[in-house]
Design a protein around this ligand. Sequence first.
Ligand SMILES: C[S@@+](CC[C@H](N)C(=O)[O-])C[C@H]1O[C@@H](n2cnc3c(N)ncnc32)[C@H](O)[C@@H]1O
Length: 233
Amino acid sequence: MSGEYELTSQLYDPFLFFFLRGVRHRVTRLLSPFRDRPVLDLCCGTGAQLKLLARAGHTNLTGVDLDPHMLAVARRGGHGFTLLEGDATATGLPAGSFDTVILSLAIHEKPPAARAALLAEAHRLLSPGGVLLVVDFCFDDRTWRAAALGITVVERLAGREHFRNFRDFRCRGGLDPLIAPDRWRPLCDAPAPEPERRLLGGLALSRYEKVSLESRLVLRHEVVDTGSRGHGS
Ligand SMILES: C[S@@+](CC[C@H](N)C(=O)[O-])C[C@H]1O[C@@H](n2cnc3c(N)ncnc32)[C@H](O)[C@@H]1O
C-alpha cells in the first residue's frame, strides 16, 4: 500500500472533525430532500461526509479516492456505501449518472491541470441540471487573518508538493477562475448571494448547477425563438 496520506489517514478525522463538522452538517442538510438520489463524493478521503449522509438516510452514495489508506478509514464501520479506489479525474463511471457531486477540500491540493480535470470529470458525471458542491479554502477580505494563518500552517505541514499546489491555488484566486460560466451556474439561497463561509471566512461552500450542452442549446433556441417572435409581432 502506498499513498500520500499514509501517515495522516489515522489523524485526519480526529484533527479536522471540530473544524469541518459545521460544513459537513450543512452539506448533509442541503442534500436531505434527495436521500434516494445518487450522490458521488469525488476525492472522498476518509469518507467523513459520506458517513454523515449515510446516517442521515441516504441510500445511493459512492466515494472515489486514490489513496488506499484514506479508503481503509472510510471502510471502517460498514456504512453500506460504495467506495472505489481510483483517479477522480478519470473515474470510468458512466456519464450523467449522479445528481450530486461533492468535491471537498480536493481542488486546492492539486496542480492546475488536475484542478481543471477534477471539475471536468464532475461535469461529465453529473446528470443534466445536477448539482456540484465544492468545499474549499478561500482568501479574501472576508477571511480573518487568524484563519488564513492557521490554514497556511496546516497546508505547510501536509508536505512540500501539497503546499506548493495550495499556494498556487491561492495565488491564482482560488476556485472562482476555475468555474467556467458556460458549464456551471452558481446556486445561492437568498438572502445569501455568495458562497457560504465557515472557519472565520477561510472555507467556502459553493454550489453550482451543471449547464449542459443540451440546456445551452435549448436556451439559445428560446432566445432566438423569442427574438423572432418579437420581430414578427
Ligand atoms: C484533503 S483530502 C479531502 C478528503 C475529503 N474530501 C474531505 O473533505 O475530508 C484530499 C483527498 O483527495 C484525494 N485525492 C487527491 N487526488 C486524487 C485523485 N486524482 N483521485 C482521487 N482522489 C484523489 C486524496 O487521496 C485525499 O484523500
